[in-house]
Structures are given as structure tokens and as C-alpha cells.
Design a protein around this ligand. Structure first.
Ligand code: NAP
Length: 248
């Protein structure tokens, strides 16, 4: 493990309080990154920051923020400003915060679940990308990585709104990748299959999911680190990660 230094790259990770986001935070800290961690659960963020500090890493910046607010553009701007004023840099944005609504037929989904999914999985990464790009274009470098899903490449019945949010996120990622690459900025997406996190707890599946057959958050985090650690002249634009013997 490498303790972070004054010149270490700065990574902003949304949804860092648990699951894949927390695993990415641990992975990037171990590689020497300085971290800004965003989520709503202050206690979980503080516990993670203390865990990383106890290992000798630079204390993470904690940003307690509900990203799904009526003015998501303003909230995103505030988050990026907080990161830049704390570290005077922003090298990597990991758009990880996301939600999966209870599965079911489209006509049975509530408006709240639909709005929540589209807002958090699509609009929030969009506005954070927009603000991060404004910083990264000035410095002519940076990496934005969006946590997508295999549901961003294959549409699964009963997951229509989640599928739609992730397909749209893929389109956004691909288009902005082409817009930004000439400025030295990498924009990429990772597409994990089912991963054993709390996202599966409230999905109302008819059968309990086979968590043994899922990826672990650490496996996804290692793949994320592989993508962002590439030399600056190399772009891995998409990476699909799945268990060899899938659960679903
Ligand atoms: P998770 O364990 O439920 O964690 C979700 C994270 O998002 C939490 O840190 C949560 O923190 C944060 N979050 C939720 N609502 C938020 C809000 N309104 N404002 C700010 N932060 C919020 O989920 P996960 O499985 O790690 O999923 C992470 C990402 O991976 C998502 O984009 C998901 O779509 C994607 N993914 C997951 C799987 C899987 O099978 N698990 C597979 C493929 C892709 P707070 O509650 O503290 O706010």
C-alpha cells in the first residue's frame, strides 16, 4: 500500500458509503489517491475515512450530500467546488451512486421509483460530468468513469426503468468520450454483472438472489482501478465484468 503524497491524484467517488463505491475508495486509497467521498450516510463515510486514516492514508474529504435533489445541477456544482477548494485538483470522477427500483412491470411502478431511478442513475452523473469537465478541460487531463451495468447493454424485462437509465448513461458516456478525448480527458464506463451489495436487499425478487454466484465489490473495484490507472495516452472506454459462472 502506498500512502498518498501531496502530488497524488485526487478522486471524487459518489455513493462511497457502502457497496461498490466503498470498495473503490479502499482500492484507490491503497494506490495512493487522495479521496473525496460523497453520500448521504455521514456515519458510514466517517467510518470509512477513519479506516483509511488508520491505515496511514491521507484523510478523505467527506461530503454529506443527497445528490438527488430538485436542483441537481446546482448540487453537482457545489460538490465539485468543494473538492477543488479542498484539494486544489480533480483528476478522477467516479460516478458510482445509483439505485435499482423494485423489479416489476412498468405499469406497476410508482412515479417516485421512476423519478428516483432516472434522476440518480442518469441526471446526477450528467451534471457531475458537466462540472468536472469544466475543471478538467482547464487542466487538459482527467478521467471520468461511470458505473454502468450489464443492464446498460442488454435490456432485462421487469427492470425496464433501470435498463433505460443505464442505456442512456451509456449513450452519454460514449458521446462525451468522443467530445473530451481531444482535450486529454478520458470518459469511460464499466459494466458489471450482479455484484453482492445492499442494492439487492429490497428488490422484491420472488427468489432470494444467489449471492455466492455474484461478483464481489472488491472485484469490481479492482477493475475500476485498472481502467483509471492506465497511462494517460491509453483509453479503455468500456469494460464488462462478470462472474465466470453467473448467478443470474
Ligand atoms: P449500494 O450498495 O446500494 O450503494 C449505493 C450507494 O449510492 C450508496 O453509497 C448510497 O449512499 C449512494 N446513494 C444512494 N442514493 C443517493 C443519493 N440520493 N445521494 C447520494 N448518494 C446516494 O449499491 P451498489 O451495488 O454498490 O451500486 C453502485 C453502482 O453500481 C450503482 O450505480 C449500480 O447501478 C451499479 N451496479 C451495481 C450492480 C450490483 O449488482 N450491485 C451491478 C452493476 C452495476 P447513501 O445511502 O449513504 O446516500
Amino acid at each position: 500500500m502506498t500512502p498518498s503524497s501531496k502530488n497524488a491524484p485526487v478522486a471524487l467517488i459518489t455513493g462511497a458509503s457502502r457497496g461498490i463505491g466503498a470498495a473503490i475508495a479502499r482500492q484507490l486509497a491503497s494506490l495512493g489517491y487522495r479521496l473525496s467521498l460523497v453520500a448521504r450516510d455521514k456515519i458510514a463515510l466517517q467510518a470509512l475515512s477513519e479506516e483509511l486514516s488508520a491505515l496511514g492514508f491521507e484523510p478523505a474529504q467527506i461530503i454529506v450530500q443527497d445528490l438527488r435533489v430538485p436542483n441537481a445541477a446546482e448540487a453537482s456544482k457545489k460538490v465539485i467546488q468543494q473538492v477543488v477548494s479542498h484539494w486544489h485538483a480533480l483528476d478522477v470522477l467516479i460516478n458510482n451512486a445509483g439505485v435499482a427500483p423494485k423489479i416489476g412491470l412498468l405499469q406497476e411502478m410508482t412515479e417516485h421509483a421512476i423519478e428516483q431511478t432516472l434522476d440518480l442513475n442518469l441526471k446526477v452523473p450528467l451534471y457531475l460530468m458537466q462540472e468536472a469537465l469544466r475543471v478538467m478541460v482547464q487542466q487538459s487531463c482527467g478521467t471520468i468513469l461511470n458505473l454502468n451495468s450489464v443492464a446498460g447493454k442488454t435490456a432485462y424485462p421487469f427492470w425496464a426503468v433501470y435498463d433505460a437509465s443505464k442505456f442512456a448513461l451509456r449513450a452519454l458516456t460514449q458521446a462525451v468520450c468522443e467530445e473530451a478525448r481531444s482535450n486529454g480527458i478520458r470518459v469511460c464506463g464499466i459494466y458489471p454483472a450482479a455484484t453482492d451489495t445492499a442494492i439487492w436487499d429490497d428488490l422484491d425478487l420472488q427468489q432470494a438472489p444467489d449471492r455466492q454466484g455474484m461478483l464481489t465489490p472488491v472485484q469490481v473495484a479492482e477493475a475500476v482501478a485498472f481502467m483509471v490507472q492506465q497511462p494517460p495516452e491509453v483509453l479503455i472506454s468500456e469494460l464488462t465484468i462478470q462472474p465466470l459462472k453467473p448467478a443470474l
